[in-house]
Structures are given as C-alpha cells and as structure tokens.
Design a protein around this ligand. Structure first.
Ligand SMILES: Nc1ncnc2c1ncn2[C@@H]1O[C@H](COP(=O)(O)OP(=O)(O)O)[C@@H](O)[C@H]1O
Ligand SMILES: [Mg+2]
Length: 139
C-alpha cells in the first residue's frame, strides 16, 4: 500500500506521525530514505511521541542506536547509520539481535542494513523541494 503526504509546514507532520504510529501495530521495521536535513529525525521523534515515548527523543546524531520505551514499556529502536562504514560495525552494535527482536525499529540511512532486516519493511521516502516535502510511505 502506498500513502502520500504533501507537507508545507512542520505542523502538518502530525498527520503523518499518526499514520505511522498506527502502522506500528502491524509493522516493525521502518526505513527512512531522504537527504540530510529532509526531516527523518524530526518525523521519527514525532512518531515516538505518538507511541507514548515520554523521554526527550534527542537526535541520535552522535549515537548509532537509541532505545526508547513506548506507553506499554515496549522498546523502540532508532538507528542513525549515517556514520557506519561497513557491516562489521553493524554487527558490533548487535544489530542482528535488535532487528530480530520484534521491536519497532526506525532506521535512518538504512542501505547498509537492508540485508539484515527479517521479512518485510515499510519504506518512508521524503523528498524536499524548497519548503515542500513529499512523504511517500510504502507498506
Ligand atoms: N516537515 C518539515 N517542515 C519544516 N521543517 C522541517 C520539517 N521536518 C524537519 N524540519 C526541520 O529540518 C531540520 C532538519 O531535520 P532533521 O529531522 O534533523 O533531518 P534529517 O534527520 O533528515 O537529517 C530541523 O531543523 C527540522 O526542524
Ligand atoms: Mg537525522
């Protein structure tokens, strides 16, 4: 299924976040494809909030993976793989175990880890043209 949102201002992300938060009931792996600065982290933080994550979901720019707890105390993992150079570094952070854990995983820069994702995953593509962002969600 494909869903498309045209976003002209940041507050319109609310609707996208609600849609993705609902998808978390049936899907576990979410790959975010977009250029630097397109809004991957911003959207992921908003979805986490919708899932009931209470702690401040800081941008994981300096950490490769952050773990949050949703309102039912289930883990949500947020990966930023921008700095990962090879598979060995992924294995070092225990990515296989995390991806196999059945927890919701939001992945920025997912290219290097696609081979390790068990089963299907949701693709979130963000394209930015000036102030307008087109967000396509394929599940
Ligand atoms: N839909 C949006 N509309 C306007 N500004 C946005 C939107 N999404 C993100 N931003 C802003 O763009 C900047 C970069 O966003 P960020 O989520 O860090 O991007 P990425 O994780 O893709 O590198 C932030 O300052 C954020 O507030
Ligand atoms: Mg980011």
């Amino acid at each position: 299924m494909e869903k498309k949102f045209i976003i002209k201002q940041e507050k319109e992300l609310e609707e996208v976040a609600i849609y993705l938060a609902k998808l978390c009931a049936t899907e576990t792996h979410f790959c975010f494809n977009a250029e630097m600065g397109a809004g991957k982290t911003t959207l992921i933080n908003l979805v986490c909030k919708k899932r009931g994550v209470k702690e401040h979901t800081s941008s994981p720019t300096y950490s490769i993976v952050n773990e949050y707890l949703d309102n039912e105390n289930n883990s949500i993992f947020h990966f930023d793989l921008y700095r990962i150079n090879d598979e060995a570094e992924l294995l070092d952070i225990g990515i296989i175990e995390i991806l196999d854990s059945n927890s919701v995983c939001f992945i920025e820069w997912p290219e290097k880890t696609l081979n390790f994702i068990p089963g299907t995953y949701v693709e979130v593509n963000i394209e930015q043209q000036g102030k307008i962002r087109t967000i396509k969600i394929t599940s």
